[in-house]
Design a protein around this ligand. Structure first.
Ligand SMILES: *Cc1c(COP(=O)(O)O)cnc(C)c1O
Length: 366
């Protein structure tokens, strides 16, 4: 059959470079997966227990509105549960937002090293991705505003951003919002919000509570340690929540995910332990790796972006191979326009110390 006669995806689909997830490929006897920003502490034991108990009900459809989870999230954060929509990972919600708000040819803006799911979501919806340059590996409000045109429908901002780990203070997020036309939906992706310890940071909850054109997304994949269950949520104005409830799948969140997520949000002690572990080792890694002579982008998340020289023998691909052989699997980020960097998730003490020792070996050898 000729190519013209077979079914054709819309043109944007073939422009998509499929997302490459972090892997754990290594021949080493012990492998430390530091490639997807998963927590070294795992989930709350209460979440595991709730997940197991749900195994009795696998033949029954889940409750379709994620009510128990929305109530638990609302209680933990002081929110109105009617303004929350849960998703199969926040990736689903980010994608659903594009599908719900973009018409073919509409533009959506994200920043230069912004999370790649935005680009995929925009193209899959028939939209046009518009990339705003960053400054110092940080989103630049003026550049984002300058990229807005009469066709712009969505601005995606990861705050903090992955893979850079940098963030915008809330004053800058508010300035961005103030500069956007009311018809543009500002999507604040706060996947790493729980880790941030800065007085001038906000996940954007206040803005999503007040404004008619702001939605904030959160995930259970990072600090809550439930990446394998696929669970996220969005908070925004009722009209946005209503639109997303019309376009989402009727049973988009599974019962085991609802049960585990509901148990996880109320386990404050587990969250605090994860925040403390991260704060300690983020600082340690940043200092130790910089001490080896490698530039580290200042991060407020649970990962660090490490920059390598552009020389072939001492570069990021060689470092990736060297570390992998020793069981430390980091993430290449060339797809983010960062071919000379590797992203490392803050791991267990053993993993963190192991990577720093291996990096010292690598640099001594190179
Ligand atoms: C990890 C991550 C997410 C979370 O995705 P899930 O689909 O909820 O697992 C969202 N945004 C950013 C920027 C991330 O790094």
């Amino acid at each position: 059959m000729s190519e013209q006669l077979r079914p054709q995806p819309r043109p944007g689909v073939l422009q998509i470079a499929a997302y490459v997830p972090g892997d754990d490929r290594s021949a080493a006897a012990r492998v430390f997966k530091l490639s997807s920003n998963e927590t070294p502490l795992g989930p709350s034991p209460r979440a595991i227990e709730a997940y197991r108990a749900n195994a009795e009900h696998l033949h029954v459809y889940p409750e379709g509105s994620s009510r128990i989870l929305r109530d638990a999230i609302a209680a933990a954060n002081g929110l109105n549960p009617a303004r929350i929509v849960c998703g199969n990972g926040s990736d689903e919600l980010l994608t659903l937002i594009a599908q719900t708000y973009l018409e073919p040819g509409d533009e959506a803006v994200y920043s230069q090293h912004g999370f790649l799911v935005y680009r995929i979501a925009i193209l899959a919806a028939g939209g046009v991705p518009v990339v705003a340059p960053e400054r110092d590996e940080t989103a630049d409000v003026d550049a984002i505003l300058a990229a807005v045109t009469p066709r712009t429908k969505i601005v995606y901002l990861a705050n903090p951003n992955n893979p850079t780990g940098t963030y915008l203070p809330f004053s800058e997020v508010k300035r961005l919002h103030a500069g956007l036309p009311g018809r543009v939906l500002l999507v604040l992706d706060a996947a790493y919000a729980e880790y941030v310890r800065r007085n001038d940071y906000s996940s954007g909850l206040e803005l999503a509570a007040e404004a008619d054109n702001v939605v904030m997304t959160r995930t259970f994949s990072k600090i809550f340690g439930l990446a394998n269950l696929r669970l996220g949520w969005a908070y925004g104005p009722l009209h946005v929540v209503d639109a997303l409830n019309r376009t989402r799948g009727p049973f988009n969140v599974t019962g085991p995910a609802l049960a585990a997520g509901t148990a996880a949000v109320s386990d404050r002690a587990h969250i605090e332990a994860a925040v403390d572990h991260n704060a300690r080792w983020l600082e340690w890694l940043t200092r130790e790796i910089a001490g080896l002579g490698l530039r580290v982008t200042p991060s407020v998340g649970n990962f660090v972006l490490i920059h390598f020289p552009e020389e072939p023998a001492a570069g990021a691909p060689e470092a990736d191979r060297f570390l992998r052989e020793r069981g430390y699997v980091l993430r290449r980020v060339a797809g983010y326009g960062l071919p000379h960097a590797l992203r490392m998730t803050v791991g267990s003490e053993e993993a963190n110390r192991g990577v720093v020792a291996a990096l010292a070996d690598f640099l001594g050898r190179a």
